[in-house]
Design a protein around this ligand. Structure first.
Ligand code: AMP
Length: 420
């Protein structure tokens, strides 16, 4: 397929050629027709897949009819709004819009926090069709009425998973409340984990889905997330997740048989039906525990890596790593238990600060950084993170993934503030 086949206008085709692109990437090939048709879209695509052009090109095409050279600000209302988690991404997206829109008289602007408001205000008051913004600064401008979002036709949430990671959900909801209810919504995210799906569900109307996440192994078809939590709160968090999400058939992995037994009996005590399989139990006992689990009699099966091996427990909806394994390869084996044919499995890892090295090894093996989240009410104790940050064996939560995608509360607050 070529760009010509996608129904783009000559101005856009010229711009694409100027950029040196010859063929559309998979996310572009799949998304562009959907966006041109005016449908809502939920796309799983990481940075580097060409996702920016996948929404920028069809948006430019759709707004082409409004392009004009009038000096009147009223002739240039904001028609496309792109919300990004960071200023770096905002700048990059604006640059792409400028490059792809260079042969069209559409006005493009970017606003983000950490810089003075007046130049941005002047630009906004002059009128622009395409606005790229970080959430906090956008709300500041909306609050001081330098921007009116009442004529937005297309909303893009770029890197939605990262915005949720950074705690922008309330800001996003406030922004959405400023938009007309009839509009097109596009959501791009590197993952489709439950929080992203919940946001999509509340925001998108009958969305079409595009999924170009690289499927290099079984591990990649499983939605994976890390919940950062203090070690002594892990079991409470596990019980909370099972109850609040009504999880059934949860396979929980621990490193030791001692921990497996203790955890299962604690869960049972707090009325989350659980049983354990570990090497100390006879084969008959293990088979019985497995039967109870499969029949739904118990919701949680706690297992060690060794005990789980050789048992027929594939195709589960949910795997939880109560502790990360010592060997990263075991992580892949564990999460390989989830995901029924044609369905996405979910793998949650409860990770405490002392597991930095294990997480780093898992990320290295997967060749990507697992998204790091915290669950409200189970945030890390700041007193526990402080000494770690000051260099206790280099065990900083912020350095655990080595890139901006992996964050902890320790690094989140300043970043969130910076993006405003
Ligand atoms: P993105 O995933 O949007 O950040 O894009 C990643 C990089 O791919 C950017 O440097 C784009 O300029 C480039 N790119 C986007 N689309 C294409 C294409 N169809 N052919 C070649 N390069 C592209």
């Amino acid at each position: 397929m070529s760009f010509d086949d996608l129904g783009l206008s000559p101005e856009l085709l010229r711009a694409v050629t100027d950029e040196g692109y010859t063929t559309p990437t998979p996310v572009q090939e799949q998304s562009i027709p959907i966006v041109l048709a005016g449908d809502d879209l939920m796309a799983r695509a990481q940075t580097g897949t060409g996702k920016t052009a996948a929404f920028a090109l069809p948006i430019l095409q759709r707004l082409k009819a409004h392009a004009n050279t009038s000096f009147s600000p009223a002739r240039h209302p904001v028609r496309a709004l792109i919300v990004t988690p960071t200023r770096e991404l905002a700048v990059q997206v604006e640059r792409s819009f400028r490059a792809y829109g260079r042969h069209l008289p559409l006005r493009i602007a970017v606003v983000y926090g950490g810089v003075p408001m007046p130049p941005q205000e002047k630009q906004l008051l002059g009128g622009i069709e395409i606005l790229v913004a970080t959430p906090g600064r956008l709300l500041d401008h909306a609050g001081s009425r330098t921007v009116n979002l009442g004529q937005v036709e297309v909303l893009v949430l770029d890197e939605a998973d990262r915005m949720l990671d950074m705690g922008f959900i309330e800001d996003i909801r406030r922004i959405i409340a400023l938009l007309p209810s009839k509009r097109q919504n596009l959501l791009f995210s590197a993952t489709f984990d439950p929080e992203v799906r919940a946001l999509a569900h509340s925001l998108l109307h009958d969305p079409r889905q595009v999924d170009v996440a690289p499927k290099v192994s079984a591990a990649e078809s499983v939605e994976q997330v890390v919940y950062l939590v203090d070690a002594d709160r892990k079991r409470d968090l596990l019980a909370h997740l099972v109850r609040s999400r009504d999880l059934r058939q949860v396979l929980v992995f621990t490193r030791t048989k001692h921990m497996a037994a203790r955890l299962a009996s604690w869960l049972d005590r707090v009325r989350v039906d659980a049983t354990a399989i570990h090497g100390d139990r006879s084969q008959a006992d293990r088979e019985k525990a497995l039967e109870q689990f499969k029949s739904g009699e118990v919701r949680v099966l706690v297992a060690t890596d060794v005990a789980a091996r050789g048992l027929d427990i594939e195709g589960l909806p949910q795997v939880v790593n109560f502790e990360l394994p010592y060997h990263a390869q075991d992580y892949v084996h564990r999460i390989g238990r989830t995901g029924r044919a044609g369905m996405t499995g979910h793998a949650i890892s409860l990770v405490s600060l002392d597991e930095e090295e294990q997480l780093r090894n898992v990320n290295k093996l997967l060749k990507r950084d697992l998204p790091i989240r915290q669950v409200r009410g189970f945030e890390l104790d700041p007193r526990a993170t402080a000494p770690a940050r000051s260099g206790r064996g280099g065990s900083t939560a912020g350095s655990r993934s080595g890139t901006s995608r992996g964050r902890s509360s320790a690094s989140r607050a300043p970043r969130t503030a910076a993006a405003r």
